[in-house]
Design a protein around this ligand. Structure first.
Ligand code: AP5
Length: 225
């Protein structure tokens, strides 16, 4: 009997402001994949004031990672729900080696193959410039940058017309903590995927128009688009 092809899992990761969300939102327009963005899940919970949001808000506003014990069950639950899709695109998870190991276990249980970990290698200068200029739409979640990716009308979302706002954790003190957390906890994840042979490094300093086709090519090499 012919075996069903395994569903695919693609990870996009890198430091804060590397462009994970920007690339991921363009990819999900093209790919038949479920999109799991842990930062978005948490921000939605904070906005709704759910118990998860109340617990996560302090960590997020300070720029610290939300504990693994909170994050892991959330992602496990989402992975179990991707049945109707070919697989998933993960943005913002894993951020610790413990999360990466859990992801491997959950993928095995759900017959998903983690196929590529796309690492957006980005300089500190670019990160600070991007985070300080980022504006987001509280209505539909679209992301802009005052200089790099401006909306057509200043301060207003192109997609839904809602006034744009700055993210709470894009203030200077929180940016410094996020960068320190990344160096302390998330940088190790690069080695984890390099050792597994699925790491694809992309220059995150490039403009989106230059780096996006590279990412699309990496993903499409395995016939995944
Ligand atoms: P999360 O939302 O995942 O934040 P992050 O990792 O800090 O990443 P960002 O969303 O800031 O940046 P991005 O890489 O998506 O860049 P973007 O595309 O927006 O997480 C937030 C918080 O939630 C964490 O700090 C933590 O507390 C918690 N959390 C989430 N997941 C967790 C987990 N797994 N475990 C524990 N805690 C977790 O781009 C940034 C700006 O630059 C934009 O303005 C964009 O327009 C612009 N831009 C993007 N690409 C380019 C480019 N190539 N050239 C020029 N400008 C660009």
């Amino acid at each position: 009997m012919a075996e069903h092809p395994k569903r695919k899992g693609i990870i996009i990761f890198g430091p804060p402001g590397a462009g994970k969300g920007t690339h991921a939102s363009r990819l999900v327009e093209k790919l038949e994949l479920a999109y799991i963005a842990t930062g978005d899940i948490l921000r939605e919970a904070v906005a709704k004031g759910t118990p998860l949001g109340v617990e996560a808000a302090g960590y997020m506003n300070r720029g610290e990672l939300v504990p693994d014990e909170v994050m892991i069950p959330i992602v496990e639950e989402r992975l179990a729900q991707v049945n109707d899709k070919k697989g998933f695109l993960l943005d913002g998870f894993p951020r610790t080696v413990r999360q990466a190991a859990m992801l491997d276990d959950a993928a095995r249980r759900n017959a998903i193959e983690i196929d590529k970990a796309i690492y957006l290698k980005t300089s500190k200068d670019a990160i600070v410039q991007r985070l300080s200029g980022r504006r987001i739409c509280p209505g539909c979640g679209a992301t802009y940058h005052v200089a790099n990716i401006p909306p057509k009308v200043e301060g207003v979302c192109d997609k839904c017309g809602t006034p744009l706002v700055q993210r709470e954790d894009d203030r200077e003190a929180a940016i410094a903590t996020r960068l320190a957390e990344y160096d302390k906890q998330t940088a190790e994840v690069i080695r984890y995927y390099r050792e597994k042979g699925i790491l694809a490094e992309v220059n995150g300093d490039l403009p989106v128009e230059a780096s996006h086709p590279i990412i699309v090519k990496i993903i499409s090499e395995g016939g995944r688009l």
